[in-house]
Every structure is written in structure tokens, then in C-alpha cells.
Design a protein around this ligand. Sequence first.
Ligand code: MN
Length: 476
Amino acid sequence: MQPHDVVVRGGTVVTPGGRHRLDLGIRDGRVAAISEDGSLAGAGSLAGGPAGGPEVIDARGKLVLPGLIDVHTHFGLTSGDIATSDDFYSGSVAAACGGVTTFIDFATPEPGQSVSAALAERLRAASRSVIDYSFHGVLIEPPAVEEVGALMEQGLTSFKLYMAYKARRLMAGDATLARALAAAGKRGGLAGVHAEDSDLVDETTAGLVRAGKTAMPFFAAGRPPEAERAAIARACRMAEDAGAPLYIFHLSTAAGLDEIRRARARGVRVWAETCPHYLTFTDDVYGRADGYKFVINPPLRKREDVEALWAGLAGREVQVVSSDHCPFPLAGKARGAASFLEAPAGIGGTELILTVLLSEGVAKGRLSLERVVQVTSSDPARLFGLYPRKGHVGPGADADFVIVDPEAEWTIAPGELHSLGDHTPYEGLRAHGRVVLTMSHGRVIYRDGEFVGQAGAGRFLKRGPTRQVLAFPLEG
Ligand code: MN
């Protein structure tokens, strides 16, 4: 037997199927062997042998999870006259320090630009990423649907369409959405939506402006839950007509989840993502003096929505938790102090996905560790054409792992994080469980607070077709 390059010894390996104390043998960046605790590394070789024995990582007492796949990031994005705090280097470092080993960002064309041209720009910008990556193709008007086939051949097998942001010329009309669903679906791809009804949001917000109600506490009222529910209902009908699967980015409401449930009962293959902030905060924060820090679309919601999303995650109704990482500098966010219309929308979070799920989910009895693995790694890998290379603990899979100290308690503060964001909305939150090591392709890239990986080590991933993560028809 060839020697292993690295052995991860005795950790509690968590998969969707359960948890077991195991040794993981890694060779050439991939998992080569999985066997019982102590079988791959004797105690005497813990330091690694001068004769070239494997590096041994002692994971006893720790949890070993497949690396997270954050399928919703916005690194190196500019909104109006303001840029996000993280570029692809700092953003991918932050992600890595939170246990993320793959991210999917967006190739968003300017009006008149092709998605392929936008992708070429994003690939150049992403070349300094420290972890693996891909992009969703954003389809805007005039319709770029003709590009779907060519993009899929380049390994871009998922697409995003905005049902909101008409004024910013990001919105795709219903005809384009229907064509995109069909074009992606018939080729084994997946189209997803930012589900907010543009007209309803614009009319509601305009009403607030006319009434002079643009102070921060009114922000959420301008983008009501009904805008999300109506958009999800419409998109589900279109997916049903097209016989195509549908992905809902950043689900925020119980009403939206109800629509998804109704669509699935009709056999619609609709998958839902939510984000750490929708699982942590309510719209009460908009009444705080620093409420502008939380400006995000869709907005934060009510306590019952938060609980519905947790229950949806536990009950397998919500498939993915991703970050929507998009931090803006405090000076930009603070423009919202005068009027919510002035604050750029977006907050950071890629480094905290696992922390939030462990602290607010597992430690509070809302979610099992097995489900955490499923919603952060194995189901995103399936849906976005990366499985079983990613999101899987088995021979041949990429050796992408995160090791967690389940007992560590700490308090979230900007100084604890690696994002270049100058603040975090999670500041002061008590965390239970902490990432202590991240490994990408068998190499340690984060250990005990320090990023130790390399710029440019990440690879662009050509993705395959989408895979189903629920069986239909659903039971019950
Ligand atoms: Mn987003």
C-alpha cells in the first residue's frame, strides 16, 4: 500500500448518515482510506516521521465535517459608488477560516454584456482565491437565455434570475424566467431566483417615500413578506409548466416556505436556501441605532419566520444554508441612518455559517449535526453538480475538511474574524463550537486562528448536472 500524505486521526466524522470515530488517510489531495480509529496512524508517528511518514493531524475529541460549500457569495462587488469590503482573496480567506472549502459566486453581466464576458472578468478576479470556486450565470434582459447551453458546456450549470431590481436593470421578466427554467432544466441544469415581486416592492417602498417614512425602522415594511410569497408562487408555477427544477435563493419567510410546500405537493422540484442572518435576527434590529448594519434584501423578518426556517431545515424542507456574503464598509452602511434608501444592501457571513448553525442550531436543540452537514455540504454539492467530488466523505473525494472543537465557547467580534469587513452584525453573539482547522485538497489552510493557505491555490470547478435531494412524490 502506498503511504498516505496526511492522516486525520480519531476524529468524530460527521456525515448525513451519522457520526463515527475514524481515521482518514489522504493521498494526492484526495481521500484514500477511511478506517477505524487508530488503524492508520500509530501513536508513535504523531509528529510525522523524518523518513517521510504521513503528517498526522490529531482530531481526537473533535468533529470532522466535509468542507462547507457556500453557494451564495458576492466577492469583489460594487454597488453604485461603493465596493464590498472583501475581494476574492480576502473573501476566500474569510470563508476558509470558517470551514468553507468551495464557494459559488456570480457572473453578472452589465446591460448589453454577455454572461460569458462577465464570466471571463470574474475568472480573472477570482484567480487569487485560496479555495475552490465556481459561478452561477446571472441571466438579465435582454434575454441571455441563448447562452445557457454554451455556459453549461463550460461547467456553469446553474443560473440566477432576479424577480426584483427592475430599476437597476437586473430583473428578468416572466417570459425570460420561463425560458431560462426550460433551457437549464432540459440540459440537466438548475435555474434559481431572487424571489421578491419587483412591482410590489417598488410600489410599497414608493408609498413609504410619499409618506416620508424612510427612517431605518420602516425599511422592512417596504419589502413585505407578500412580495416573497407571491414571487415564489409564480416561479413555482413556471417551473411546473417547464417541467424543470427551481432553486430559491435566500428564503426569508414562513409564507414563502408554505408556497414551496404546496408546490412540492404537486411534484414541483423546488429547492430552498436560507442564510445565517435569517436564522439569527428579526426585524427588531431595524429599530436599533445601528439598524443600517442589517440592511439586506430580502429584509430580516419576524420571530415566527425565524422559527419556521429552523423547523424547515430540521424537517428537510430547506436544503441549503449559504451566506449571501456581501459586507459593505460601515461608512457606506451608515448612510442608512438618514434614509434606508441610501444604505447599500448586504452583510457579511461566509465565515460564520457553521458557527451560527452550531450555536443557534445544534446547541439550542433545533438541528442535528447530521443535518448541518447535509445543508452546508452534501446537498449543495448534489444540487450544484459537485457531488461526489465535494460534499462527500469517501475514497476519491477531494480531501476538503473542517475540524471543529464542539466545546469551545467564544464571543463573535470583528477582531475574531478574517473578513476585511470593518464590522459584523453578529458582534456580541455568544458562539458554541469553533472551527479549529480547515483542509483543502489535503493541505491545512487554517489552523487555530491563523490562515496558512496560499493565494491562487483555489481551482475553478467545472460542475456537472444537478441532482435531486428529495424523492418525489413526497410522503405525507
Ligand atoms: Mn445575494
